[in-house]
Design a protein around this ligand. Structure first.
Ligand code: PLP
Length: 479
């Protein structure tokens, strides 16, 4: 037997990597990382929930082998004495959907999920979306990232085309590109994807020139979208659905901010109807997540769609995540039960959590109006969620038209960094496009994504004051 030499033998790991690994595109947002660590930087760069919004602030686990229960602290609870009193335990009724039981939940389950949560999800979908056909089913996922991954793997081959929004969520754009899917952005306006532009793209599709057939799917974030903060109104959704039917496109409705939308008629009024709610054909694959309404670390979500497609998506998860996390399912079903199932969730909890984000959204808009010169930005209407998509009025910037709009946008970004305020430039979200914009049109398509979910109120105001100073300097306005 040859002996192993004590010196390390260098390995060239690239020889072991798959094509997918070598071609992996990381989200451009990672480029913002160096700016996060600059001391004193106020960041509106990441759209993540504040831990104070999580509906659990501690837990106790009973551990038989240790012979004791252990306390896990959470945001705002440091010791078991901060825990709320234990509710009297009542055996759930037989027909009760929410019957979390670790005896069942911690076992390997069906990839679709466990019966308790699945029956709650089914009723939830019926109550909120009421699909217009019968053959729909649900599949639990580890959140929307996992759900979209399953959809891409089930439906696409390398080289296939897929439509996304003109400014798209990088968490979809980057993995799709890595999988060799050719993404194309559909132009948007303040109501979301433009159905006329979608129809034109499909109508003018030249297979020889494009090197492939028309796309088979469009991925849309229909509510409080990331990055554009847009909620697509129902009439616009109908027009998009109708264009998709004309061109036989599937719609992947990635909707994690669904319940954070501001409802103009009050928190008790219905949400904007979803694509799923108008789907008669089974062409919508709807993806929901508990990340924004419970906590991102729960890694739990669910897909709703036609049983044939969902089965194919389930097959991709079977060999990836195997089944959803039983701890997560147990915790979330217990939380839903404590809230009062559907009634408590819809009537009490959702108005409470969406109000937190609505107030933050309105504060950010107020500060923009107060502290940023009106000559420099266009402020969007409040939609809720976590993002405001603020347009820079590049057409009135002193360097325009001598400089091109993206160069000016980069310059503005650096001026904001100098003032120690961080937001995401729209270039980071731009999908490849077939649309030819003139320089003047380009100048009207430069934005920053301002995430208002994380900074405390005073920091938010100070950050927006800094933005105002940077823009006043850029536009050479006197103080
Ligand atoms: C549009 C969109 N889709 C998906 C996700 C990821 O959600 P999840 O935590 O459920 O994977 C996000 C989160 O930032 C998002 O903005």
């Amino acid at each position: 037997m040859p002996s192993i030499e004590p010196q390390a033998t260098p390995i060239d790991f690239s020889q072991y990597l798959s094509r997918e690994s070598k071609e992996r595109k990381r989200s451009q947002l990672k480029e913002l990382r160096p700016y996060f660590v600059i001391p004193g930087m106020i960041s509106f760069g990441v759209g993540i929930p504040h831990p104070s919004t999580w509906p659990v602030n501690g837990m106790t686990l009973s551990v038989p082998f240790a012979g004791k229960s252990v306390f896990v602290p959470g945001f705002g609870s440091q010791s078991p004495s901060d825990m709320y009193p234990l509710a009297e335990y009542q055996d759930p009724a037989k027909g009760d959907a929410l019957r979390p039981d670790l005896g069942e939940e911690l076992q390997y389950s069906s990839t679709y999920g466990t019966p308790h949560l699945l029956s709650w999800i089914k009723e939830h979908i019926q109550r909120v979306h009421n699909p217009q056909y019968d053959d729909w089913v649900n599949l639990c996922t580890a959140g929307n990232t996992d759900g979209v991954d399953g959809v891409l793997r089930a439906c696409f081959d390398r080289g296939d085309y897929m439509l996304v929004e003109e400014f798209a969520y990088p968490g979809t754009l980057s993995p799709a590109t890595t999988m060799g899917i050719r993404c194309l952005g559909v132009p948007m306006d303040t109501d979301g994807v433009d159905p006329k532009a979608l129809d034109d793209m499909m109508m003018n599709w030249d297979e020889a020139e494009k090197g492939g057939p028309r796309p088979k799917m469009i991925v849309i974030v229909p509510t409080c979208s990331n990055p554009a903060g847009v909620t697509t109104p129902v009439q616009r959704k109908r027009e998009i659905y109708s264009a998709c039917r004309k061109w036989n496109l599937l719609i992947c409705e990635d909707d994690p901010y669904c319940f954070l939308q501001i409802r103009p008629n009050g928190a008790d009024s219905p949400i904007v109807p979803s694509f799923l709610s108008m789907d008669t054909d089974g062409r919508v694959i709807r993806i929901d997540s508990f990340s924004k309404i419970v906590a991102p670390g729960s890694r739990l979500g669910f897909i709703t769609g036609h049983k044939t497609l969902v089965e194919k998506i389930m097959n991709t998860r079977e060999s990836a995540t195997q089944c959803p996390s039983g701890f997560s399912i147990a915790a979330i079903t217990a939380i839903l039960r404590a809230w009062g199932s559907h009634e408590g969730f819809e009537r009490n909890y959702i108005p409470y959590i969406s109000d937190i984000y609505a107030k933050r959204c309105l504060s950010a808009i107020r500060f923009l109006k107060e502290h940023v010169p009106a000559e420099t930005i266009e402020i969007p209407a409040p939609a809720g969620g976590m993002f405001l998509w603020v347009r820079f009025k590049i057409e009135s910037h002193p360097s325009f038209p001598a400089e091109d709009p993206e160069t000016i946008s980069k310059q503005i970004f650096h001026s904001m960094i100098e003032q120690k305020v961080l937001m995401c430039p729209s270039e980071y979200f731009k999908a490849p496009s077939t649309t030819q914009w003139t320089k003047e049109e380009e100048a009207k398509r430069i934005f920053v994504r301002l995430s208002f979910s994380l900074p405390p109120q005073e920091e938010m105001e100070e950050g927006i004051k800094r933005m105002g100073r940077a823009l006043a300097k850029e536009w050479r306005l006197s103080a």
